[in-house]
Ligand binder design. Structure first.
Ligand code: COA
Length: 158
């Protein structure tokens, strides 16, 4: 029998609290490198936040553990025509790494992708991010190719 995880993980509305926290998360040198996050300003961050309500190609959620905000995840480049989207997600609070949150995050975002009728999900990951790569492979993603410093993996949704 699978061991029950003692934590409760959930996707949440991506509020301005998450936006403020993501400033710290994505500016942490280790996370910035693992995520290949670009430099950005507070102004750019707010412009991004303000653009969210009108975007149909982007779905973003906060991610909580026992009601504490710990990360963010979602789908980008959502294409109803191609029935595909790009997965992204991270746990920004390092105290919560390795506690089963990443698996739950991926499961919940894939559930949303299925709900939207998407048939294929792909993702990009830094080629040196070995933990994330093994996690994605274990989760059923298959290697598609190398693009500069990024690898691309994809999964057909059942
Ligand atoms: C990658 C990330 C999403 C994984 O989430 P997590 O909650 O830490 O991982 P989980 O506890 O759910 O574990 C999922 C799998 O990841 C792998 N994993 C997690 N931590 C690991 C570690 N320290 N070493 C090796 N493998 C590890 C394991 O394969 C694990 O599966 P298992 O428990 O069946 O062995 C998260 O650690 C994270 O966001 N890291 C920082 C930023 C990042 O790299 N994001 C992904 C960018 S593409």
């Amino acid at each position: 029998m699978e061991k029950r995880n003692p934590h409760v993980f959930a996707l949440e509305e991506y509020t301005s609290d998450y936006l403020e926290l993501s400033w710290d998360w994505l500016n942490d040198p280790e996370i910035k490198q693992l995520m290949l996050a670009p430099d950005f300003t507070k102004e750019q961050q707010w412009a991004f936040f303000d653009s969210l309500r009108d975007r149909r190609d982007y779905w973003i959620r906060g991610f909580s553990c026992d009601s504490m905000p710990v990360g963010a995840a979602g789908l980008k480049n959502i294409s109803p025509e191609k029935q595909e989207a790009e997965y992204w997600g991270y746990i920004g609070d390092k105290r919560y790494w390795g506690q089963g949150g990443g698996k739950q995050m991926l499961r919940m975002v894939l559930e949303e992708a299925r709900r939207r009728g998407l048939k294929r999900i792909y993702l990009h990951v830094w080629k040196e991010n070995h933990v994330a790569i093994s996690f994605y492979i274990k989760s059923g993603f298959e290697y598609e190719g190398e693009y500069g410093v990024k690898l691309r993996y994809a999964m057909v949704l059942e």
